[in-house]
Design a protein. Structure first.
Length: 155
């Protein structure tokens, strides 16, 4: 079966590719340092009216707390225990705090998602505007919505 449209997204936590066929969508993905998956979703099970969501990656919050705790502990070591900033413990803790800042910068931008639900209102499919193919996002969503309507009309 020839694909109607394809789209791929790359986010901080992994990547996914979407292949739209006449009666289904095939999702293949990899989660960073974790797993690979493939799922096939019949289009007739999806509501053709998607929801939109903009969210920031959860790693941003982890980075924020890492930075805050790292810099507070560093300040306590330098001021409370009178350790030199260039000594090993405060320097190490400051580097941990800086890694939190780097995580925050890497995940600061909110990502737009389009979410498709089933008839019961449960989110079955979400697609993010992210990565090199982000310019094709709107045209892929339009093609997917048209194909969902066609599949539901034929059912």
């Amino acid at each position: 079966m020839q694909p109607i449209a394809t789209y791929s997204e790359v986010r901080f936590e992994g990547s996914r590719s979407f292949t739209l066929l006449s009666d289904k969508i095939v999702v293949r993905g990899k989660q960073s340092l974790q797993s690979e998956f493939e799922a096939t979703i019949p289009l007739k099970t999806l509501d053709p009216s998607p929801d939109k969501l903009r969210s920031r990656n959860q790693i941003f919050t982890w980075g924020m707390w890492t930075a805050i705790i790292g810099f507070v502990v560093c300040a306590i070591l330098v001021t409370g225990f009178h350790m030199g900033f260039a000594t090993f413990p405060p320097g190490l803790v400051a580097c941990i705090g800086m890694s939190g800042v780097i995580l925050m910068l890497a995940t600061f931008r909110k990502v737009e998602f389009v979410r498709f639900k089933n008839d019961g209102g449960i989110v079955i499919l979400d697609i993010a505007r992210a990565g090199k193919s982000a310019t094709q996002f709107d045209s892929f969503i339009d093609a997917l919505t048209r194909q969902i309507r066609a599949a539901r009309g034929a059912a």
